[in-house]
Design a protein around this ligand. Structure first.
Ligand SMILES: Cc1cc2nc3c(=O)[nH]c(=O)nc-3n(C[C@H](O)[C@H](O)[C@H](O)COP(=O)(O)OP(=O)(O)OC[C@H]3O[C@@H](n4cnc5c(N)ncnc54)[C@H](O)[C@@H]3O)c2cc1C
Length: 298
């Protein structure tokens, strides 16, 4: 077993929970909505709510997850500052693509009726093809659905070029998952240069980039470019994770009249949040270092 994976697996739940606390709204849909209302009222920050959970395999658990997403769609109505994020591995992809698509159609349709947008998150490269197929099928039918592309993957340029004839909202990020050398950039400066290139390409293709990064020089580079290009404020937005301390830059983005959206995860049970954070830590051990740096400075 990978030594890092073993260390993360052995970390006691309460330790992981303490690490996770700033990044998770809490337990239950209400905690996610409370946090979304709080940051909107206090700082004009939008949110995307995400239900944390381990990968879901059993049909009864998938059904419970779908029911929670229905609850989210219903409860966020009349909050134009809140959207919803979901993942194929929570919604039945392990059973079949058709089952997963049907679950997503129900969720996106229910959200559409309430005027709420849904983003289909991107997982590791083994799910890229299927996630894009699901997304394209949903986009054929709905206007309130977006997805995510990862600038570390070599394939992303082609994925943007072939995404959809209709305009799409695309969260563009470097990607959280470590991917093999054969298919992905390994160094962050290259991933971030690509992210900048893909913001331009997405706009060229008529899509709406949702720029998800905490890297302040990269944000400045994008802002300067977007200003020069003369993009209207609703042609793009910025996104960050709840708990990553970037208050100043977030305030500046809001003051410019742009959307600054935080990813607000909540869990039905803390054990799911802990399991999720352990998986994320194992996938990206730098996350632990970020938390320490954010808490205690450089
Ligand atoms: C709204 C949003 C949604 C996302 N959705 C997806 C997705 O669907 N699929 C996917 O693969 N990836 C997703 N990601 C993760 C993303 O791909 C990156 O892994 C993450 O944003 C870190 O990259 P960065 O550009 O901020 O640069 P980095 O160089 O990794 O980070 C810059 C700085 O930000 C801080 N920081 C970054 N990440 C964290 C963290 N987790 N905890 C604490 N501090 C941190 C650190 O201070 C770090 O030095 C999402 C990110 C955001 C903001």
């Amino acid at each position: 077993m990978d030594i890092k994976r073993a260390i993360v697996d052995l970390a006691p739940g309460p330790v992981v929970r303490a690490f996770a606390a700033p990044y998770v709204a809490g337990k239950g849909i209400e905690s996610g909505i409370r946090k979304a209302d709080e940051i909107w009222k206090a700082n004009g920050l939008s949110s995307t709510l995400d239900l944390l959970g381990e990968e879901v395999f059993r049909r009864e658990d998938v059904e419970a997850t779908v029911a929670t997403y229905f609850g989210m769609a219903d409860q966020v109505r009349q909050r134009p500052y809140v959207s919803i994020s979901c993942k194929p591995t929570q919604l039945g992809i392990h059973e079949s693509e058709a089952y997963c698509l049907e679950n997503m159609r129900q969720i996106v349709g229910r959200a559409a009726a309430q005027g709420t947008r849904v983003t289909v998150d991107m997982e590791d490269h083994t799910f890229t093809d299927v996630t894009l197929r699901l997304y394209k099928a949903l986009r054929d039918e709905f206007d309130n659905v977006g997805t995510v592309l990862q600038s570390r993957l070599f394939r992303t340029k082609a994925d943007i070029e072939t995404l959809h004839a209709k305009p799409c909202r695309v969260r563009i990020c470097i990607g959280i998952y470590r991917e093999p050398k054969a298919i992905a950039h390994q160094d962050k400066p290259a991933m971030k240069d690509k992210l900048f290139d893909y913001v331009q390409l997405l706009l060229d293709k008529g899509h709406v980039p949702e720029i998800a990064t905490h890297d302040e020089p990269l944000i400045e580079r994008c802002l300067e470019y977007l200003d020069k290009r003369g993009c209207p404020n609703d042609a793009y937005e910025f996104q960050m994770l709840l708990g990553v301390p970037r208050q100043q830059v977030q305030r500046r983005i809001v003051e410019r009249g742009l959307v600054m959206r935080l990813y607000v995860p909540f869990a039905e049970e803390w054990k799911y949040a802990v399991a999720y954070c352990k998986r994320r830590l194992a996938a990206n051990p730098m996350m632990g270092a970020y938390v320490m740096k954010n808490l205690f400075g450089h």
